[in-house]
Design a binder for this molecule. Sequence first.
Ligand code: M6R
Length: 606
Amino acid sequence: MCGIVAYIGDKPALPVLIQGLRRLEYRGYDSAGVALLNGDSIERVRSVGKIDFLTDKVKTRPPAGTLGIAHTRWATHGGVTEENAHPHVALDGKLAVVHNGIIENYRELKEQLAGVNFVSQTDTEVLAHLIGRHYHGDLRSAVQQALAHVRGTYGLVVMHADHPDQLVAARLGSPLVIGIGEGEHYLASDATPILPYTKKVVFLEDGEVADVSRAALETFNLKDETVAKHVEEIDWDQTQAEKQGYPHFMLKEIFDQPTVFQDAVRGRYDLTEGTGRLGGINLTEEEMRRINRVVFIACGTASYAAMIGKYAFERLVGIPAEVDVASEFRYRDPVVDDRTLVFAISQSGETADTLAAVREAKRKGAFVRGIVNVVGSTIARETDGGTYIHAGPELAVASTKAYTNMVAIMLLYALQFGRLRRVSIATGQRLLSALREIPEKMKAILAQSDEIRSMAEEYIRHRDMLFLGRGINYPVALEGSLKLKEISYIHAEAYPGGEMKHGPIALLSPDFPVMAIMTRNQLYDKMRSNIEEVRARGARVILIATVGDDRAREISDRIVYVPETMELLEPLLNTIPLQLFAYHAAVALGKDVDRPRNLAKSVTVE
Ligand code: M6R
């Protein structure tokens, strides 16, 4: 995710900013920049790539000044170019802005800013000009007024050449921390850049605006009413701060899910029409109606997310959909034609097999679209459209939040196609309303993390585990078993519940426990019978069941209750306890959770 650093004080700002950017490197970035107030003008230096490239640029003539803002960018709008890097400026370079988050309505705002010559493709530049439009000598007021027109998320810091003792910061959905020093203030998107200087911090909350000078810090809401803030003392060390207090990136990323899920879906559906609104598909409605088959190509976790896409397309669109593991697809002489839509799904956008499969599908004349996390990655560039999932950088090798966001995007695509065929407006609206409830429901599951930890600790003495699910929860079982094996090294496999009696049932014994997903859906009774079969063989059972299903307790040894949702959306919730189970098992076994043996985050070789 992008990173922000800003400083106002009496020290030279540049070393503070550069050092701060380095401390934010762990978040992942593709370009960086700084802007300092030097005399009465703002000096800006930006660079694509590593912070070293930025420092090389400033080496010969370092911008002077004791007030400045800096940013590491992880592209969301527009490619990785120097023009798109932050800070962005307005008012002929007198006003500069750094911003994290996504301005959803930036296209509309851009149209309203007639006469402005935009030089980047970013939403942030639009924001800079919007603030500029509202500026009449009062910087805080300009920011407040501009933000009243903005839909989306932001953590931002603004400076103006005519205000040498002022920085204005604001937050909505994207964190901002302000460090308090002696006659100086440090601002950053998390505490890491601040820690070397002060432990005293104020965390801005959503809807708050901070007016920061060297001597004072005042906070307001968007209506300019004063908000009293509590100064906190943090005692995190550097590594803890990078993980925002979580012991591992994987746990942080699991807990990120309610937030990044909102980033994935925001602005991408139309509740009134009951449909998805993903412009990146790059097909006319007529072309969409002509598509008669969908093929998902992906590897690992992305392929299990893809299976959920398959169920969604079959149910909502009513056309054949299949999932092909990319390493098989590329060598299988696949049958695709100009009525086939191929979705390539990848967190990194660099997975060698998926990329090769993309090229093969294109060669055969299919429409190929990407569902990718990393902006500007090879798969994103080589597909003829598609959608970024906006999960932010995923640093743990085990994929968690990218999976959820992939599922979210595929559901929206299925709905968008489905509304052109057989889905009614009411069904579409029902699905979208249920989708909007997902983040709160995710939080209810995350709140059970301690309980899940105690289960995991109880089960780590087993060397094997079987995961069972049916229908839409079969891919969830596959994903749960992959998570467990890749980070805890406990052998785990997954089967559709109905398939168990065709072989794997032979494995079951008191030493071979079963994790089963038995939420209330059309296959509930079938799944229940499968669990009875498991219990008859003496195996212990952990159940994922729907809140209120008291009878489920009778047939389980341990149970995790998840909130009810529409069947198609169940994987968005039901996967989370399995992620937590794998995580806590690996921690209890003392494994290197974020960097499991033999695995790489991006598998760029065949
Ligand atoms: O970057 P991708 O989504 O293309 O990666 C695909 C797989 O390598 C990846 O999902 C892998 O299975 C993860 N380690 C699973 O946690």
